[in-house]
Design a protein around this ligand. Structure first.
Ligand code: NDP
Length: 261
């Protein structure tokens, strides 16, 4: 398969059909995932919009993708459940024998913050299961076709917490730090086949996940003085997926208003 240039406006329906490269975004129903879906649609990718529970929100993402001139379909599965991941993706592959998922954005994530002394086994395993195991299950499942077709882009949505550690987030920080380790190791495995693997580490981004936080207090800590927007994370994902980023792999790009390094 030849390189395909996506840094163009929406491709025609015909071109999309010929190209047969899809983009899967886990947790595409809300927040950063929805913005990533729109960014990738703008770059001409037909979307597979994954979600776990919020069907109405996922449909809203799909409508926004279509309103922007893109195409997509919903794909419901819980990323932390390996059987659901495999079933959904096997089903899709059976229905699309000539197509493949060329771009995978592991964005689905949750946090369950509490100090470690109070952390239950469930707090730990749910957060590791979704943020880390889920990224592994999805990536492993889509990787083979990327390697066979010799082109792919994997972007893992990590976090400032995975670089710096934040109190109350030992589970979440461990999951995101491990995701960064996975990114760096996998990048070296897949580079010979032109499959790049990178991570984006957002700081505080205004989504449902940060809704309960005291933005007025926290923004005093952020050099740029505000929370980020989902679209600002999505723009970085869009760049990493583009041909301009073909020589970037195994990296962690922070989008955090200067909050850390
Ligand atoms: P939101 O809470 O707004 O959205 C989370 C998304 O993940 C939803 O689409 C949700 O689906 C999906 N999801 C959750 N669990 C699962 C699961 N088991 N299987 C499939 N999908 C699931 O979060 P954000 O948009 O803020 O976060 C997106 C990513 O960015 C996460 O990985 C998060 O850790 C990371 N991040 C966010 C930051 C922020 O400040 N917002 C900062 C740093 C990192 P559904 O709607 O069906 O529940």
């Amino acid at each position: 398969m030849q390189d395909i240039h996506y840094n163009q406006p929406i491709l025609s329906e015909t071109n999309r059909t010929q190209i047969m490269q899809y983009a899967l975004v886990t947790g595409g129903s809300r927040g950063i995932g929805r913005a990533v879906c729109l960014e990738l649609a703008r770059r001409g990718y037909p979307l597979l919009i994954n979600y776990a529970n919020s069907e109405a929100a996922a449909e809203e993402t799909l409508r926004a993708v279509e309103a922007a001139g893109g195409t997509g379909s919903l794909m419901r599965f819980d990323v932390s459940d390996v059987q659901q991941v495999d079933q959904a993706l096997t089903h899709w592959e059976e229905e699309h024998p000539d197509d493949y998922i060329a771009v995978a954005v592991n964005n689905a994530g949750i946090r369950e913050d509490t100090l470690m002394v109070f952390m239950s086994d469930e707090n730990w395993s749910k957060v590791l299961g979704t943020n880390l195991d889920g990224s592994f299950f999805v990536t492993r499942r889509v990787l083979k076709n990327m390697l066979t077709r010799r082109w792919g882009r994997i972007v893992n949505i990590a976090s400032l917490s995975g670089l710096k550690g934040l109190p109350g987030q030992t589970n979440y920080a461990a999951a995101k730090a491990a995701l960064i380790g996975m990114t760096k190791a996998l990048a070296q495995e897949t580079a010979p086949r032109k499959v790049t693997v990178n991570a984006v580490a957002p700081g505080f981004i205004a989504t449902d996940m940060t809704r309960g936080l005291d933005e007025n207090e926290l923004k005093k800590l952020i050099p740029l003085g505000r929370f980020g927007k989902p679209e600002e994370v999505a723009a970085t994902v869009g760049f990493l997926v583009s041909d301009e980023a073909a020589y970037i792999t195994g990296q962690v790009i922070s989008v955090n208003g200067g909050l850390y390094t």
